[in-house]
Design a protein around this ligand. Structure first.
Ligand code: M6R
Length: 623
């Protein structure tokens, strides 16, 4: 949600780009976060110049082409995902204050904006937009010219004392060319360090084209950048520090690489995402070596329950984890949507391990739930794909997934990498607690090691799924059924279709059918069924085969995902896609892939932008 870029450079040393180039390129890279308007402000010739426009970045670029901005080496840029006030030119950021001398951009929600606005209105300030951001800008402008005596950093320190909620704020002022001041509370902000230029971004994508040196900023920090300096303080002005790191992926890995969309590219990245997440985490004897975890093995061995906290796709990864971890470790695992967890009175204590799962590491609902659990004394572990993001930073332990940057709003490769990481965690706990023999762990790791090439087998047959998807472009509703680990796969298949193809889709536990959902089945209703392995628990397989027959008898068009050699399903399926044999617990890593391809192709056939679906943001940084 909302992308933020800030830049301070020196033309004499950095000849090949000006502020506008950096801002537009950064905003382009941050488009994936989801937005509905965009804007920039630069400081030049003793004034602030701003352009902003509703809609895609191209609208802003056209606006700038019609009304060019002066050359500048200082500026801020923003993509806005509407919260307060609809997506219009007027509500787009930047917002100006102090008589147009100051420009501000903002990510987050200022919860007490109404009271401050009333105060400022009473003082004669007028507002042009419906946003909370304009209120923060006006407050900053007021403080700048009064109590802060023209010191922009001091004004920011005073302003943030008044604000409640979540915010990253960036401001420039015409009296301070070469200076950008930023503040963050509960919203993401990363500093990029260059030679004779410095950057700010919602994440490193905002400046990845210009530098790989980055600094994680802590909670409640203010940073002021100039071309040659950066200074970090807390909200009271006391010196503070960030943590420097090197961005380990390059700009090219965030390109489409010849695929028509990021989503399709990321689906095809999945063999590597799983392989990279497994890499270096076990030795030749099959012993898990999760040295990075930061919680002592003795403490982990003593936990009495696990609570997985996550939202959306990440929560479905948690649901898969429940089956695997309970089976391997005999520890109870609860899976809860982060936003539900926090607002009841959950029972957690120091023997509870909270495992948060988040691709972005910035999902506000999950961050708040983790903080709440910490307050209750629980141990917190983050499974996360984004180095340096807030949730892993605030957790006691972290297990990074190595899916690489995920740009498409609809999560694909991060999901498979998350499931893989939870398997590693489950096996590690089983090893610590002695629930499995070392040989069993080694066998499961060997099965996991074969998954990347099996995913590749599925991808090599993408054409079969795409053909089906194109033939179903007119479907109004698609249902998905699964049992056991097939249930979260069904939910994920439905979510993908909802998100990018805007088709009504529901995932059900197949066993629940006769308790209600079967009433939805009508002539021709498409129903995907995820069939578990024939080996292992016989009853599980045969129950699902019965469910296929039940919906088919009522007119459903049955679309079946089953394991190679599963002849039992053929007679009851209108269409069947076989995935390579694998143990049932690992099957989600294969069975999800055809459903992702199906959604991506169907949405593309309908002419939709699969990378940036309507109304959605990549990371949901407000509650
Ligand atoms: O970054 P996170 O994993 O915390 O995000 C959680 C959800 O917002 C995310 O999975 C969302 O459901 C995706 N759009 C799913 O494709």
């Amino acid at each position: 949600m909302c992308g933020i870029v800030g830049y301070a450079g020196t033309s004499s040393r950095v000849a090949d780009h000006g502020a506008l180039d950096v801002l537009i390129e950064g905003l382009r890279r941050l488009e994936y976060r989801g937005y509905d308007s965009a804007g920039v402000a630069v400081v030049a010739d003793g004034a602030v110049h701003s352009r902003k426009k509703a809609g895609k970045l191209v609208n802003l670029e056209n606006e700038i082409a019609d009304a060019p901005l002066p050359e500048s080496m200082t500026g801020i840029g923003h993509t806005r995902w509407a919260t307060h006030g609809g997506p219009s030119d007027g509500n787009a950021h930047p917002h100006l204050a102090d008589g147009g001398k100051l420009a501000m951009i903002h990510n987050g929600i200022i919860e007490n904006f109404a009271g401050i606005k009333a105060e400022l209105l009473a003082d004669g300030v007028s507002f042009l937009s419906e946003t909370d951001t304009e209120v923060a800008a006006a407050l900053l402008g007021r403080l700048y010219s009064t109590e802060a005596n023209g010191d922009l950093t001091a004004a920011m320190q005073l302003a943030v004392q008044r604000l409640e909620g979540a915010f990253t704020l960036l401001a420039v002022h015409q009296d301070h060319p070469g200076v950008v001041v930023a503040a963050r509370r509960n919203s993401p902000l990363v500093l990029g360090l260059g030679e004779g230029e410095n950057f700010l971004g919602s994440d490193v994508s905002g400046f990845i084209d210009f530098t790989r040196r980055a600094v994680e900023l802590g909670q409640d920090q203010i940073v002021t950048i100039t071309p040659d300096t950066h200074s970090i303080t807390d909200f009271n002005g006391n010196p503070a520090e960030g943590k420097e790191f090197t961005v380990d992926w390059d700009a090219a890995s965030a390109e489409k690489g010849g695929f028509p969309s990021f989503m399709e590219k990321e689906i095809f990245d999945q063999p590597a995402a799983v392989a990279d997440t497994l890499l270096g985490r076990s030795d030749a004897d099959g012993r898990l070596t999760l040295d990075e975890l930061r919680i002592a093995p003795e403490e982990l061995a003593e936990i009495s329950k696990i609570v997985v906290l996550a939202c959306g796709t990440s929560a479905y990864a948690g649901s898969v984890a429940k089956y695997a971890i309970e089976s391997w470790c005999r520890i109870p695992v609860e899976v809860e949507l982060s936003h539900e967890f926090r607002y009841r009175e959950p029972i957690v204590d120091e023997k509870t391990l909270i495992v948060s799962i988040s691709q972005s590491g910035e999902t506000m609902d999950t961050l708040m739930a983790v903080r709440y659990a910490k307050e209750q004394g629980a141990k917190t572990m983050s499974i996360c794909n984004t180095n340096g993001s807030t949730i892993p930073r605030e957790s006691d332990a972290v297990l990074y997934t190595h899916a690489g940057p995920e740009i498409a709003v609809a999560s694909t490769k991060a999901f498979l990498a998350q499931i893989t990481a939870t398997y590693l965690l489950g096996l590690y706990l089983a090893q610590l607690r002695g629930n499995l023999f070392q040989g069993q762990i080694k066998d499961i790791l060997a099965d996991l090691g074969k998954i990347p090439s099996k995913i590749q087998d599925v991808l090599d047959r993408a054409g079969e799924i795409k053909e089906l998807a194109r033939s179903m472009a007119d479907a109004n509703s698609v249902l998905f059924l699964g049992r056991h680990v097939g249930y979260p796969v069904a939910m994920e298949g439905a979510l993908k279709l909802k998100e990018i193809a805007y088709i009504h889709a529901e995932g059900f536990a197949a066993g629940e059918l006769k308790h209600g959902p079967i009433a939805l089945i009508d002539d021709g209703q498409p129903v995907f069924v995820v069939v578990p392995s024939q080996r292992g628990r016989d009853s599980l397989h045969s129950k699902v085969v019965s469910n296929i027959q039940e919906v088919r008898a009522r007119g459903a068009k049955t679309l079946v995902i089953a394991e190679d050699g599963d002849n039992a399903v053929k007679d009851f399926a209108e269409w069947v896609f076989f995935v390579p044999e694998t143990p049932t617990l690992l099957m989600p890593l294969l069975a999800t892939v055809p459903l992702q391809i199906f959604a991506c192709e169907l949405a593309s056939a309908k002419g939709y932008d699969v990378d940036q679906p309507r109304n959605l943001a990549k990371s949901v940084t407000v509650e």
